[in-house]
Design a protein around this ligand. Structure first.
Ligand code: GDP
Ligand code: MG
Length: 177
């Protein structure tokens, strides 16, 4: 199963860190702000599959427009990963807005439901926590998607769980078509 994963969220929440951690197992620390499309081969279910991961920056246009997401991005994506930082309230609000915008865009364009997960990152910084786990869970419930709290810095397995959870969802959605 080849799959396209679109990663969205405010700046500085650890989108690039999560992707790089998943693809290389490593946490480097600094990633720059470039938009990037990662292509990666993985073995799943005994077969080689191609995974494309789009590390999408949070653009001026995203911030100003009402629906925020251009349809091209959503059309491309088989799965969406929405990321905030548990230490950053504004980044949580961005994910809430994205959830709304995705709903609206899909309705307007008549898209199928796209598998999605919500991720609260930087769990290792619990002493700086501002967004409660419960808030993330409630948002995910309202968006009908899975919720994870992870640390790209501290915990490779938590990051692996996110991507595998999303890939499972994508696989299920294809079976049910
Ligand atoms: P992006 O703008 O969303 O792509 O965020 P980056 O991946 O560039 O990460 C922003 C900053 O947060 C960098 O300094 C990372 O090292 C740091 N960072 C990312 N994930 C974590 C995490 O899980 N824990 C901690 N403590 N720092 C993180
Ligand atoms: Mg980045």
């Amino acid at each position: 199963m080849d799959a396209n994963i679109l990663v969205l969220g405010a700046d500085n929440v650890g989108k690039s860190a999560l992707i790089v951690r998943f693809l290389t197992r490593r946490f480097i620390g600094e990633y720059g702000d470039l938009e990037f499309l990662y292509t990666h081969s993985v073995i799943m279910d005994g077969r080689e599959q191609t995974l494309n991961v789009w590390d999408a920056p949070y653009t001026q246009q995203d911030q100003s427009s009402e629906t925020m997401l251009c349809e091209k991005r959503l059309q491309w994506a088989d799965g969406l990963l929405l990321v905030y930082s548990i230490c950053d309230r504004a980044s949580f609000n961005v994910v809430s807005k994205l959830v709304q915008a995705i709903k609206t865009t899909k309705q307007l364009l008549g898209f199928e439901k796209i598998p999605m997960v919500i991720v609260g990152n930087k769990r290792d910084l619990h002493h700086q926590r501002i967004v409660l786990s419960e808030e993330g869970r409630m948002l995910a419930l309202s968006a009908d998607c899975q919720f994870y709290e992870v640390s790209a810095a501290d915990n490779y397995h938590s990051v692996l769980g996110v991507f595998h959870g999303l890939l499972d969802r994508i696989r299920e959605s294809r079976v049910s078509v």
